[in-house]
Design a protein around this ligand. Structure first.
Ligand SMILES: [Zn+2]
Ligand SMILES: [Zn+2]
Length: 147
């Protein structure tokens, strides 16, 4: 199934005239098979064995290209490193306070919040972001083991 997603993504790259370098291919493949919403650093660490000449800057560069053609979303969290998500369908995130893991979950889009905000403030709303915070199952287990 992820092979199909990879092929689809490669076709999108081809259609937008973006050159498919081995690194770009590897970054995309890694992202498509990852559910942790990695940082550029995570991706770099995972691929440096395969591409010893690759730098974090190259990873960033590739991520920027992928973001510009809509294959990857960048999630920013204040001063901490951006996380990257190749699930570009509408979804929300739940974030673990303890380990920082980000997990996708689906919920009907809260469109009514957007129209309410628009009515109340007169803004032209472009999008909204909602995050739920808590402790993931692994971290809960770790906590009980300690006691
Ligand atoms: Zn956790
Ligand atoms: Zn996500």
């Amino acid at each position: 199934m992820s092979e199909n997603k990879l092929n689809e993504a490669i076709n999108t790259l081809k259609d937008s005239g973006v050159r498919i370098t081995p690194q770009r291919h590897a970054v995309l493949d890694y992202l498509l098979n990852s559910t942790i919403h990695p940082t550029a650093d995570d991706i770099y660490k995972a691929l440096e064995g395969k591409f010893p000449n690759m730098s974090v800057a190259t990873v960033y560069n590739n991520l920027r290209v992928l973001r510009e053609i809509g294959l990857v979303r960048e999630l920013t969290y204040g001063d901490s490193s951006s996380r990257f998500d190749c699930n570009t369908t509408e979804h929300y995130h739940i974030i673990c306070d303890a380990c920082g893991r980000i997990v996708d979950f689906h919920y009907p889009t809260l469109d009514e919040v957007e129209s309410l905000a628009e009515q109340v403030t007169g803004f032209d709303v472009s999008h909204h972001r909602m995050e739920i915070y808590g402790k993931c199952e692994d971290c809960q287990q770790l906590q009980t083991q300690k006691h």
